[in-house]
Design a protein around this ligand. Structure first.
Ligand code: GAF
Length: 387
């Protein structure tokens, strides 16, 4: 964990605001498998990164929130008593939304000055926005003297993004940023919100490769996929008993009712239903040290996201193709919402350094840019810095 960034942030805070801050951090995430399953009440297998968003905070005497982001090099101010708060369509909505939803949930927040920095790259599909929401939410609750229930905070941050920002995301990113366990991924049941730590075998590394493609229409495409899943549920629930989400549909039942669904809706449902099964299988394999099976599930996940869910892009497919041909690679797939961002690769630890070099060289030859590669150590969830 980077303590340097936190120490520098505290020094900048003293300079800017002339008072002593408290420091909090919330991590970004990787997801081994379980993509576009969270908003279908399904299963996911994420882990937190050791890269994070950092917040330095001190209370103010009035009811204003003043945020300065060193990442954006911008400042934003809000009045906590504003009776009709509106999004501005920029980065500050994520923080403002969290304050608004916390207040709606009955928390009496203090005014505060916040200085924000991160070593987590933006737009790389590592969930920087969820980390930002969680870091701000944690810090606001702490300086307001409230206790922090991490699952509750995750739900509040998800609601802020759904209702204030307008992205109808699931719970995965906020949950793992809040509740991650160092050294492990979490097998999360997105219906019950029960999570089981699954240790990452030290003989394997989680390696992230960034396409450097930043797609601007992600929220529209993402919300469209959610609508398609809801349509599948509406159509299937008239023919299959007890279906309130795609989580409740088995692959056999889906195949029996294939004719009831338009072709595109059928493929969307087939991705979600088969991805839930792959996620459970991958988690069991990881737990028993069967890295080959876990990796094979990741490869199948990519094909399903590319062909059935149609959320990949040529650059993600290229990074996955390159990775799958390299020695020591158990599995590779696109990660997160899609349309750009990063891939996740399960790589034998002894091959990880050579893997990074080969991916960078081959992607550069094809695309003319060298993709950033991160070898990730699963870290802890959000909290005070140094705790
Ligand atoms: C994004 C969303 F924020 C998550 O909730 C999840 O749906 C993911 O895309 C796809 O699995 O990261």
């Amino acid at each position: 964990m980077s303590l340097t960034i936190a120490t520098e942030l505290a020094a900048r805070f003293r300079q800017c605001f002339g008072k002593e801050p408290r420091l909090f951090r919330a991590p970004g995430r990787v997801n081994l498998i379980g993509e576009h399953t969270d908003y279908n009440d399904g299963f996911v297998l994420p882990a937190a990164l050791d890269l994070a968003v950092f917040v330095a905070i001190a209370p103010r005497a009035d009811r204003r929130l003043r945020l300065r982001s060193l990442v954006m090099d911008e400042t934003a101010e809000f009045d906590l008593d504003d009776s009709a708060p509106l999004p501005r369509g920029d980065w500050s909505d994520y923080a403002h939304g969290v304050a608004v939803v916390l207040a709606r949930a009955g928390h009496r927040l203090s005014g505060a000055d916040l200085l924000i920095d991160a070593d987590l790259p933006l737009g790389a599909g590592l969930s920087a926005s969820a980390a930002f929401e969680v870091a701000v939410g944690y810090a606001l609750l702490a300086v307001s003297g409230a206790s922090v229930d991490k699952v509750e905070l995750a739900k509040i941050c998800q609601r802020a993004e759904n209702e204030f920002v307008g992205m109808r995301c699931g719970i995965m990113d906020q949950y793992i940023s809040c509740c991650a366990v160092a050294g492990s991924a979490l097998l999360l049941d997105c219906r019950s919100l029960e999570a089981k730590p699954v240790a990452i075998d030290p003989s394997a590394r989680l390696v992230v490769c960034d396409t450097m493609i930043r797609h601007r229409l992600v929220a529209d495409e993402y919300n469209e996929r959610r609508d398609e899943c809801e349509r599948a549920v509406a159509l299937l629930s008239s023919g299959i008993d007890g279906v309130s989400a795609l989580r409740d549909v088995s692959i056999e039942a889906l195949m029996r009712h294939a004719e009831d669904l338009p072709e595109v809706i059928f493929r969307r449902a087939r991705h979600v239903v088969s991805e839930n099964a792959r996620t459970l299988r991958a988690a069991a394999a990881l737990e028993s040290g069967d890295l080959a099976t876990c990796g094979r599930m990741m490869d199948l996940s990519h094909a399903s996201l590319r062909d059935d869910y149609e959320v990949s892009c040529p650059e993600l497919d290229l990074l996955v193709d390159i990775a799958q041909g390299l020695p020591g690679v158990y599995g590779a797939r696109m990660m997160g919402g899609g349309f750009g961002g990063s891939t996740i690769n399960l790589v034998d630890a002894d091959h990880a350094a050579a893997f990074a070099g080969s991916v960078q060289e081959r992607y550069r030859q094809a695309k003319g840019v060298t993709p950033p590669v991160f070898d990730c150590a699963p870290g802890p969830g959000a909290g005070p810095v140094g705790a």
